[in-house]
Design a protein around this ligand. Sequence first.
Ligand code: PDD
Length: 285
Amino acid sequence: MSDIAYVNGAYLPLADAQISILDRGFLFADGVYEVAAVIDGRLIDNDAHIARLERSLGELRLESPVPMAEIVEIEKALVARNGVAEGMVYLQVTRGAAERDFSFPKGVKPTLIGFAQKKNILASPYAEKGIKVVTVPDLRWARRDIKSVALLAQVLAKQAATEAGCHEAWMVDAGGFVTEGSSSTAFIVTRAGAIVTRPNSEAILPGCTRRSVLALAQEHGLKIEERAFTVAEAYDAGEAFLTSASNLVLPIVAIDGRQLGDGAPGPHARRLRSLYLDFARATAL
Ligand code: PDD
């Protein structure tokens, strides 16, 4: 965990990094966040994360307390001050602290906090073995394209995965279609070799890793189908994988206890992980 966190302009030891109990992020989940991976002490795919943060803020009509360029400097400072070679940087902006009232407060400065975490990303044992996922109903609100800190449905989904001995939960809409993972984008690869993932819409978070992985897949002539897929189709897939900032590309070897293929990470997931890693390193900041 971070030794040094950022809170509203100051870099402080974690124990001293505090916000008000009236902060609207705490009381209403009235805020947004971002997570970017760090490899070799550098930020991965960060332009996309910053662009998404700006978009999320705009959707909430929340103004960043500092310009986006300065936010990148804060991310870099958190990496440096915490000596993070590999891990992630977390940023959160909320509508600030004000007397509790649902509508927007006037003249209140938004809260900006950040911290960093060390984590093995490259040498993840899950990349070698693959992970298991469990499906759960998608209990979230209708604007999942906003990276809101209202994550209770995802907390419950991930806990269901943990209790089922799985690493991730795939959330399923009322029509039986997979939306996405609790903190990752969901992909299957059909037996015919097409990479299938749900198109971006208000139903899912537009993953930054998703975007880069799809671009790489296209560049390398792989077949892509951006469409929703059902749980039944996923059970029958040749392989499956997830993408997220902190996991890059992780192969999935079982869904709801049903083994995919021969139970080992599939060739598409392995290849895309390796392509993404090369891309990430080449474009790191
Ligand atoms: N989660 N879908 C959801 C619901 C997510 O929370 C995330 C990321 C993604 C993948 O997005 P990206 O590739 O931009 O990381 C998809 C982050 C990592 C988290 O909450 O920790």
